[in-house]
Design a binder for this molecule. Structure first.
Ligand code: GLU
Length: 303
């Protein structure tokens, strides 16, 4: 009885395999697709090599066919949108395109500011941020960052007429900074280190630009053009942020003070513990190793 049953199963199996063989060279692909349909719960990957499961958030981007990236639109060399053509260019734009290419999807840019980039990432409106976003320990608690792809420094822009030429000239000044940026904290730290302010009461964790009044005070703005206008209007005595960002506002009659401080390491930010974090890290590590990032830095005039 048992033997007969086994023989019947074997014969049926042979018949099925012969029938499948009729499909010619495409048969294995078809049968794989059929297996996918019959067992959807087990299927977590598409074109990745066998054995490497694709995380759900990465799969969602692949299924959507578009990687949505938060970028700056007025930082020449990093993220800049040509006002006439609407074309984006810069190091961060190229890295975003490379990330999309790695996933086999299109790229879509959303202009962000220091104040909006994390909200948009948290809400899922964008998949990652490539927007002069400095890696800090505090930020690492909320988001993942890749290995840095660029290091900038903070500086200060003033109107020449102000007579301010170095950090000492900022004692008693009101400085314009962007909300959500590292700038105010970096400036206070630099002034403390230069012995210009005492620094009692300075606490890295709890520092708030809105309430700091020891030796220098701050006004916070939502975007950089507004700070530039405030500088012209004399609403603030100085404009403090990364040099890469200040460059576009360094117009006739304005200068940087003689100080560059607080290295700012830029990384790609992604949702904490997401699959996208691993993909972004792999991209940056690979492009650093093969020299692509160095070439992009040079091509964008950032060296
Ligand atoms: N890079 C600095 C930061 O992440 C300056 C702000 C900005 O990127 O706009 O805080």
């Amino acid at each position: 009885m048992k033997k007969k049953y086994i023989a019947l199963v074997a014969a049926l199996a042979l018949l099925v395999s012969l029938l499948a063989g009729c499909g010619g060279s495409e048969a294995p692909v078809q049968s794989e697709a059929e297996a996918t349909e019959s067992a959807p719960a087990e299927v977590t990957e598409t074109e990745e090599p066998a054995g490497e499961a694709v995380a759900a958030d990465v799969q969602a981007v692949i299924d959507r066919g578009v990687l949505r990236v938060g970028v700056k639109n007025a930082v020449i060399g990093f993220g800049y949108e040509d006002p006439l053509t609407g074309e984006y260019s810069g190091l961060e734009i190229e890295l975003a395109k490379a990330l999309a290419e790695k996933l086999g999807v299109d790229v879509e840019f959303t202009a962000v500011t220091a104040a909006t980039r994390t909200e948009l990432l948290d809400s899922g409106d964008i998949d990652c941020v490539l927007a002069t976003f400095t890696i800090t320990d505090e930020r690492r608690e909320s988001w993942d960052f890749t290995t840095p792809y660029y290091t900038d420094y903070v500086s200060v822009l003033v109107e020449d007429a102000s007579g301010i030429t170095d950090l000492s000239g900022l004692v008693g000044a009101t400085v314009g900074v962007s909300s959500g940026s590292t700038s105010a904290k970096s400036l206070v730290k630099a002034m403390i280190e230069a012995g210009l302010i005492g620094g009692d009461g300075f606490d890295e964790e709890s520092f708030d630009p809105a309430t700091w009044t020891d030796g220098v005070s701050f006004r916070q703005y939502d975007d950089y053009p507004t700070i530039s206008t405030a500088l012209s209007a004399g609403e603030v005595d100085a404009f403090c942020v990364d040099k890469s960002i200040l460059a576009i506002y360094r117009t006739e009659g304005r200068s940087y003070i003689d100080a560059e401080f607080a290295p700012q390491e830029y990384g790609i930010a992604t949702a904490k513990d997401s699959g996208m974090s691993a993909v972004a890290e792999e991209l940056v590590t690979d492009l650093l190793a093969d020299g692509t990032i160095d070439s992009l830095i040079a091509e964008n005039g950032l060296d």
